[in-house]
Design a binder for this molecule. Sequence first.
Ligand code: EPU
Length: 433
Amino acid sequence: MVKYVIGGGNRLHGEVTVSGAKNAAVAILPAALLADGPCVIENVPQITDVTVMLDIISELGGKVRLLNRSTVEIDPRGVRNLRPSYETMRRMRASYYALGVLLGRFGSAVVGMPGGCDIGVRAIDQHIKGFCALGAEVEVNGGYIHADTSDGRLHGAQVYFDQPTVGATINVMLAAVLTEGMTVIENAAKEPHVVDLANFLNTMGADVRGAGTDVIKIRGVERLSGCNYSIIPDQIEAGTFIAAAAATGSEITLRGVIPKHLECITAKFSELGAEFRDDPNDPDAIVVCGPQKIKRINVKTLPYPGFPTDMQSQITTVLCLAEGASMVTETIFDNRFRYVDELKRMGAKIQVDGKVAVVEGVERLTGAPVRACDLRAGAAMIVAGLCADGVTEIEGVSHIERGYENFVEKLRGLGADIKAVTLPDPEVLQEVG
Ligand code: EPU
């Protein structure tokens, strides 16, 4: 067991390079199994969600080779297994992309229900609706999703989502690229990782148009070939560093980012007083300068290009130190304020009523022992620890390591006082005792 120990109050300074995007990587890696030759994928973040996805790919029969710390080769030619193990599937949310890939390539699959962060009801009805529209018969039974086709393949169709969903948009894209005919996804998710997947599929020879808009059109092709591809930088990792700079009143430079993808985040942080500027020598960088005084603002999470739900806990943490009361409304997930009780241990004044949190600014947060109850909640605890007076100890950091590469090292590089401490295994202690 590991915990993070943070000595709060240090100003951050210097620069940090943002890693590849988690939510793009967990879609693009399994998508490589649709090709008929090896793909080399660069800018893959070293995080546990990626490790789990590579385990799923290996279980299916894909051959995974790490070429260097951020480059993976995937050879799909040995894929035979259409039933990944239940245990591996429930280790993460994005495991359900195995279903889209297997259905698209073989017309049949049996996969366990996905796991992932406990942030509210995470239905898969829109995924199932999409697969059924393409001609699959889908049944959820005994914890498994069984999907099959009568003639061994899917057929292009129109799919209309009830609401924009990243997971279902990606899953239907994966299922449809090798399908006969044209698939049209209406009310599609527009997140940068949806566009990144479309670009990857097109590099393999697919015909996907419109990604990044509400309507994605996919003309099925006979085959896809291996390719080289580099994953986009992680918008949310960059946003978390922005939150850290805002909370500590620091100036830092983020390198390796796509500034356009950050606009939905920088717009809100500008409102609370942070300043942003370009680096004239590096188009892939932005400089963030935290405010002297944090202004109160209202925030509402929305699908892209709205303010991302994955940044909600971090901006709420910054608003704990604002002058006046802010209102944060979560519209995507129904249980994404669980971290608030942890922030209260540090002196935050927040009232949650359903989807709305009212955050009354306080002079300071004070260090305390807290828990990371999910990935982004953990990121919020780190932001809180960095700006708090005294020492913050964060447990449950395995959640954080699912989605942030070398977070402790990167923050130390920016001058933060943070270290990972390995705790003795309680079971071993019990045996000894
Ligand atoms: N929804 C349904 N039915 C479905 C699918 C989704 O009702 O079949 C609902 C969800 O309950 C939610 C909304 O639609 O209310 C949006 O869910 P979406 O499908 O977009 O979320 P997801 O695919 O489960 C991905 C990211 C999340 C991120 C959300 C929203 C991955 C692996 N996960 O989840 O990332 O919060 O999109 O942007 O891409 C994270 O990185 O911390 C994280 C949770």
